[in-house]
Design a protein around this ligand. Structure first.
Ligand SMILES: *Cc1c(COP(=O)(O)O)cnc(C)c1O
Length: 421
């Protein structure tokens, strides 16, 4: 009996999985090449910034002269090729990083424009699309939105019309998040930024980079973005960062963000790093290969489930610009089975059974699977889906390729067993 059998995978699933992997050799090689490039990009940044053993220690209290924190920010700036960076434990999550970037660079009377349709759910309250305490709307910052055309094309005419003398900042979300549009490649983001700058070069172009880091050789800051924003419990934390967010970009934008995060006058000078710097450095160092594992898993799953007759987004052959994979099951039982399969493959809490629940802010029940070392970390293998048509599961992450492969085999087995019942 193989170790796969011992862990509950039948012969048929093993055979199909191996065949699928064989077919993907070429694509996996391409991903490995991107990972190799990004690994060296990060290494080069660390060497250029003279990361030393002392940088791995932290500070407490005010955190004045925190050499490790300041050097880490320099490493991020070198990697993303930007003038400056803000990388902090005090930025609590991706939404916080995005809210900070927006609120610190917009003033009353300014307008924010999203030229790529509705932003990520949690940003609706930040902007005030859904009323919330402390939203940009409460401070007199208005919002306008131009949706993507069919097939995810930019509506250039609409964008041109939407830009006015009050337009101060344009927000571009790279990942599709939980929508069905295509994820934007960095190249396409560059085209959009060039178009906006062509109309008014003073407009700040910000990119929500969540889930996109290291999936390509270039980042949005290489194609003209003034600010690039993300979460450390996604790709750039490499699974080791226990908390944090980052903003990289123009010096002026980062200074605004730092003064807003701490206080006018204090900016980047305060903010103790406590004891987490070693994990932030090591996680960033591992992030290119961790992201590659997650990408391989997404492509493996797309192929496995597409062959089995399911609708998958992106499909089995599409190019990848983020690590999210969606599978439409069209039926609640299979969605639940998939999530149970992922949970049962986890290194932590594998014995727990995920159940659909009424999550605040959602109009249907949601099921989630995550047996992660860092709570809620979605660079680790995780899945979730709302219990409503089309009963799609969204999954992402996986710290190592063998683990993400096994997790998907478990989920595939669970869906198959559910078919037989
Ligand atoms: C995850 C995510 C966010 C928000 O990050 P949190 O850490 O969950 O607050 C914002 N935008 C996109 C595209 C994301 O994927």
């Amino acid at each position: 009996m193989s170790i796969f059998n011992e862990l509950g995978i039948d012969e048929e699933t093993q055979k199909i999985s191996e065949e699928t992997c064989k077919r993907l050799t070429k694509r996996f090689e391409e991903i490995d090449r991107i990972a190799e490039y990004n690994q060296l990009k990060v290494l080069k940044a660390m060497q250029e910034c003279n990361v030393s053993e002392a940088c791995l220690l932290g500070t407490t209290g005010y955190g004045y002269n925190d050499i490790g924190r300041d050097t880490l920010e320099n490493v991020y700036a070198h990697t993303f090729h930007t003038e400056a960076a803000l990388v902090r434990a005090q930025i609590t999550c991706g939404t916080h990083a995005l809210a900070l970037a927006l609120m610190s660079n917009l003033r009353p009377g300014d307008e924010l424009l999203s030229p790529v349709g509705k932003p990520y759910d949690t940003l609706e309250e930040v902007i005030g699309i859904r009323p919330s305490k402390g939203s940009l709307a409460e401070y007199g910052v208005t919002y306008s939105q131009v949706d993507l055309l069919d097939d995810s094309e930019f509506d250039y005419d609409g964008i041109k019309k939407a830009i006015n003398e009050r337009t101060k900042l344009v927000t571009i979300q790279r990942s599709k998040g939980y929508q069905t549009r295509k994820t934007l490649s960095v190249e396409r983001i560059g085209e959009l930024i060039a178009f906006v700058k062509g109309i008014n070069p003073n407009i700040i172009c910000m990119v929500d980079n969540c889930y996109g880091e290291f999936t390509e050789k270039i980042e949005p800051s290489d194609v003209g973005a003034d600010m690039v924003v993300g979460s450390l419990i996604k790709n750039p934390g490499g699974g080791l960062a226990p908390i944090g967010g980052y903003i990289v970009g123009k010096k002026e934008c980062i200074e605004n963000a730092a003064y807003r995060l701490t206080s006018p006058g204090l900016g980047k000078e305060v903010g103790a790093s406590l004891g987490i710097l070693k994990d932030l450095y090591q996680g960033f160092f591992l992030a290119p290969t961790v992201t590659a594992s997650a990408l391989k898993g997404a492509i493996f799953a797309a192929n496995l489930f597409e062959d089995a007759g399911y609708d998958v987004i992106p499909d089995s052959t599409e190019s990848r610009h983020d690590i999210i994979q969606a599978i439409r099951f069209g039926n609640a039982n299979k969605l639940i089975a998939f999530c149970k399969g992922i949970q049962s493959a986890a290194p932590v809490d594998s014995f727990v059974t995920p159940e659909p629940w009424d999550m605040p802010g959602y109009d249907s029940q949601v099921i989630m699977a995550a047996g992660t070392f860092v709570s809620g970390s979605s660079i680790e293998l995780s899945a979730d889906g709302p219990l409503k048509p089309p009963y799609a599961v969204y999954f992402q992450g996986g710290l190592t390729w063998p683990h993400v492969k096994f997790g998907i085999m478990k989920a595939f087995q669970a869906v198959k067993d559910c078919d037989k019942m």
